[in-house]
Design a protein around this ligand. Structure first.
Ligand code: NAD
Ligand code: MG
Length: 388
C-alpha cells in the first residue's frame, strides 16, 4: 500500500543547514518521506519546533542539560526524547528507520554513522569528515553490510549522478569544482587581516559556520578530495580540482575514452539532498532553474595552492594516507573553532595544522581505535599550540 512506500528518514543534525533543508524536502514530499528520528546538539528550541511540526518517533538532544526543557515542551506528544552523546549511537542502532541522513558537522558524526552502517541502514552522507577521518574503515563496513553510501555533498552527488548507467566503465579522473570562496584571487597580504565576519560571507552557498570557513581557506576542497577517494575508490592522481566561480557545474567525470560528463544546475543543496533520499528516482520540484540566457559565461582556473596552503596540506594527507587525514581534520576542527572565536588569525590556521600534521606520529594502517587516538592527540596538541 501507499503507506509502506514512505521512507522513514533519520536526520542526524536536523537543526543544521543540511538538516533543515532535508526537512524542507520531507515537508514537500509527505507521500514519500517521513521524519522518524531528529537529533540536535544544542539548539533545543529549533529541535522542539521541528518535533512539534514533524511528529517524529524519537528525538535526541545532545546537550543533556537541556533534556528537561525538551521533555516538558513535548509532554503532550508521544515523541520519545533521549539526551546525551551515547544516545546518538543507541538511536542509530534502532530498527525504526529506513535511511540516515548524516548531517552532523565534524568528527562527532563518525560514530553514529558507523552504527547505522553496522545496522544495515542506507546512508545519505553530508558529513564528509566521517570519510576524511576513517574512510577505509567506513567504506569497508558499508561493503560488508551491503549498505549504500549516497553522497549529499554537491560535488560528490554530481559525480555519483555522472556514474549512473556507467556500469564497470573505468574513471580516468574526476574534476572537482571549487567556487574559490569569498577570497578568490586574494593574496597573503590581504588574508592576514581577514576576520570571521569576512570569512563567513560565501558568494554562492549559505551553509553552517564550519564548512563556510573551510570554503574560505579551501580546506573544504581538500576534505572533498579525500572524501572522493573513498566514495569512488580513486587514487590521488585521479582527483583534480578546478576553480569554477559560478558553481553551476557541480563536478565532472572523465572516462577512459576522454569523454567528460558534468552535472549542472543552480547551487541549491536541496537538490543533492533529495537526490540521495529518493535515489534511484528523481523527484519533481519547482526550485529555480538555471537559464543559459542569463548566465552566459562559465569560468575555470587553477586553484592557488601557494596562497591557500590548506589545500596543499590536504593533498599531502590524501597522498600519504594512514592517520594523516584524521590528524589534518582534527587540527582543522580546532583551528576553525578558534578562528570563529577570534583566537587565531586566518593564515595562522594553516601554520598550526601543518605543525600538528608533522608532529603526531604517523600510522600507516590505523585501526578504528588508533584513528580515535590520533584524533584526540591532534586535538590536544592543536589546542596546546594555540593556547586554548
Ligand atoms: P551546521 O553547523 O549547520 O549543522 C550541524 C548539525 O550538527 C546541527 O544540527 C548540530 O546540532 C549538529 N551537531 C553539531 N555538533 C554536534 C556534536 N558534537 N554532536 C552531535 N551533533 C552535533 O552544519 P551544516 O552546514 O549543516 O553541515 C553538516 C555537514 O554537512 C558537515 O559535515 C558539512 O561539511 C556537510 N556539508 C554541508 C553543506 C551545506 O551546504 N551546509 C554542503 C555540503 C556538505
Ligand atoms: Mg561540497
Amino acid at each position: 500500500t501507499e503507506q509502506q512506500l514512505i521512507k522513514r528518514i533519520a536526520i542526524f543534525g536536523s537543526t543544521g543547514s543540511i538538516g533543515t533543508q532535508c526537512l524542507d524536502v520531507i515537508a514537500a514530499n509527505p507521500d514519500k518521506f517521513s521524519a522518524e528520528i531528529l537529533t540536535a546538539h544544542k539548539n533545543e528550541d529549533l529541535l522542539i519546533q521541528q518535533a512539534l511540526r514533524f511528529n517524529p518517533n524519537i528525538i535526541v538532544i545532545g546537550d543533556e542539560s537541556k533534556y528537561q526543557k525538551v521533555k516538558q515542551a513535548l509532554a503532550n506528544t508521544d515523541v520519545k526524547v533521549f539526551a546525551g552523546e551515547a544516545a546518538l549511537d543507541e538511536v542509530a542502532a534502532m530498527d525504526n528507520y529506513d535511511m540516515m541522513i548524516a548531517a552532523i558537522v565534524g568528527y562527532a558524526g563518525l560514530k553514529p554513522t558507523l552504527k547505522a552502517i553496522e545496522n544495515g541502514k542506507p546512508i545519505g552522507l553530508a558529513n564528509k569528515e566521517t570519510l576524511v577521518v576513517a574512510g577505509d574503515i567506513v567504506m569497508q563496513k558499508a561493503i560488508e553490510h551491503r549498505v549504500p553510501v549516497i553522497p549529499v555533498d554537491s560535488e560528490h552527488s554530481a559525480i555519483f549522478q555522472c556514474l549512473v548507467g556507467e556500469g564497470r566503465n573505468k574513471i580516468e579522473k574526476i574534476i572537482l569544482t571549487a567556487s574559490g570562496g569569498p577570497f578568490l584571487g586574494r593574496k597573503p597580504n590581504y588574508l592576514v587581516n581577514v576576520k570571521r565576519e569576512h570569512a563567513l560571507q560565501h558568494p554562492n552557498w549559505a551553509m553552517g559556520a564550519k564548512i563556510t570557513i573551510d570554503s574560505a581557506t579551501l580546506m573544504n576542497k581538500g576534505l572533498e578530495m579525500i572524501e572522493a577517494k573513498w566514495l569512488f575508490n580513486l587514487t590521488p592522481d585521479q582527483i583534480q580540482v578546478v576553480v569554477h566561480p559560478q558553481s553551476i557545474i557541480h563536478s565532472m567525470v572523465q572516462f577512459e575514452d576522454g569523454s567528460i560528463k558534468a552535472q549542472m544546475g543552480l547551487p541549491d543543496m536541496k537538490l543533492p539532498i533529495q537526490y540521495a533520499m529518493a535515489f534511484p528516482q528523481r523527484i519533481a520540484n519547482n526550485f529555480p532553474r538555471f537559464d543559459f540566457k542569463k548566465i552566459n559565461t562559465l569560468n575555470f582556473e587553477e586553484p592557488d595552492i601557494k596562497t591557500f596552503r590548506n589545500l596543499a596540506l590536504a593533498i599531502e594527507a590524501l597522498e600519504k594516507g594512514g592517520n594523516l587525514p584524521c590528524v589534518l581534520n582534527a587540527a582543522n576542527e580546532i583551528v576553525v573553532y578558534a578562528f570563529l572565536k577570534n583566537r587565531i588569525g586566518f593564515l595562522e590556521m594553516t601554520d598550526v595544522i601543518e605543525k600538528v600534521m608533522h608532529k603526531i606520529p604517523f600510522v600507516q594502517q590505523p585501526t578504528l581505535d588508533q584513528y580515535f587516538m590520533s584524533d584526540g592527540e591532534a586535538r590536544a596538541m592543536t589546542a596546546d599550540i594555540i593556547g586554548l
